[in-house]
Design a binder for this molecule. Structure first.
Ligand code: BGC
Length: 329
């Protein structure tokens, strides 16, 4: 008797599992229709797997890119796998790219490093294996990347330079925080700034310091710059966490006279603009970058030519629009 109940139980469990499996196959093939696999025709459609490699996994700017990409991937029926170094580390980005190629993702979305030969070679290797690579935030020119999505970083630097000229009347000693000496987007922003202030003999860049895209490091370097004998009038932060770091530095040193100009619009930066500690910020659209990257991949797989540069907008945030404009994140 006990045996019979046991057998019936097993049979019931088996039927339940079979029903679940059937439902799963139906659902995934419906998704596959929206985002068909590039595999041989006639095979069962599977969800495209897209790897997104961040510069730093838990950096709020990159989490916004992830959010935009994840939402777009869900709409399109693709699966997004987000990864990145725990702390900024280009060699780990290279390792993750190598791994993503070996794992045969259907596409890879990543930040360009701008000039590392081994990274560029890996991007070309992915392209040779028919794995499209979409580059965002920082371009990787000269590689076989499919397209670039993100800010025109040189133009954003020019915008910052013009903002400085406008706010200072063309007179001032400038200190600049950059995320990393090696990051091409930071160097482009800096060269744009230098270009824009070139026409103002009263403006000069006195110091440039790297923050390793860390808020604490930004504070430390901003303090060093303000305390050194440079007599700075203006502090510029070229990456997302600098705004908060500069506020803390100016406050600790009692330098409320220094003009602080930030990048992006994390909550602390917005708060600093609202209460006047930060004069303005050049704001990028990270969510939009993530979403556009996935949308471009969808179009690529639909047979469209999507190559080239796809610049996302930047805008200026200051006390006049900080309350009316929604978060760019
Ligand atoms: C830059 C990113 C960087 C982030 C760091 C942004 O302004 O575009 O490259 O990872 O700041 O917080």
């Amino acid at each position: 008797m006990a045996n019979r109940i046991w057998n019936a139980g097993i049979l019931l469990l088996f039927l339940l599992l079979a029903a679940l499996l059937l439902q799963f196959i139906r659902a995934s093939s419906a998704i596959g229709d929206l985002f068909p696999s590039g595999g041989a025709s006639g095979t069962t459609a599977v969800r495209k797997q897209i790897a997104l490699i961040a510069q730093e996994r838990d950096n709020p700017f990159w989490r916004s890119i992830e959010e935009g990409a994840r939402e777009a991937a869900e709409t399109a029926g693709a699966a997004l796998v987000y990864m990145g170094p725990a702390r900024i580390d280009p060699s780990e980005q290279i390792r993750l790219l190598k791994k993503a190629i070996a794992s045969k993702y259907d596409a890879i979305v990543l930040q360009g490093l701008g000039g590392q030969a081994d990274y560029r070679q890996l991007i070309d290797e992915a392209a040779a294996q028919d794995i499209p690579v979409l580059v965002l935030d920082t371009d990787e020119p000269g590689s076989k990347r499919l397209a670039y999505v993100g800010t025109d970083n040189q133009a954003a630097g020019v915008l910052m330079g013009e903002l400085i000229a406008q706010r200072t009347g063309g007179q001032g000693r400038i200190g600049v925080l950059i995320g990393s000496e090696k990051a091409a987007n930071q160097q482009l922003r800096l060269s744009g700034l230098r270009k824009a202030i070139g026409g103002y003999p009263g403006l000069s860049v006195q110091a440039v310091r790297a923050t390793a895209i860390s808020r604490l490091q930004a504070q430390r370097e901003a303090e060093r710059m303000l305390a050194a004998g440079e007599k700075l009038d203006v502090l510029v932060g070229f990456s997302a966490l600098d705004g908060e770091g500069m506020i803390a530095a100016a406050q600790r040193l009692g330098r409320t006279d220094a003009l602080l100009l930030a990048f992006d619009d994390l909550a602390a930066t917005r708060a600093g603009i609202a209460d006047g500690r930060i004069a303005a910020s050049v704001v990028q659209l990270p969510r939009e970058m993530g979403a556009q990257a996935i949308e471009l991949l969808r179009r690529h797989w639909a047979g469209e030519d999507i190559g080239g540069e796809h610049f996302t907008k930047v805008f200026m945030l200051d006390s006049l629009n900080v309350d009316s404009l929604p978060e760019a994140r």
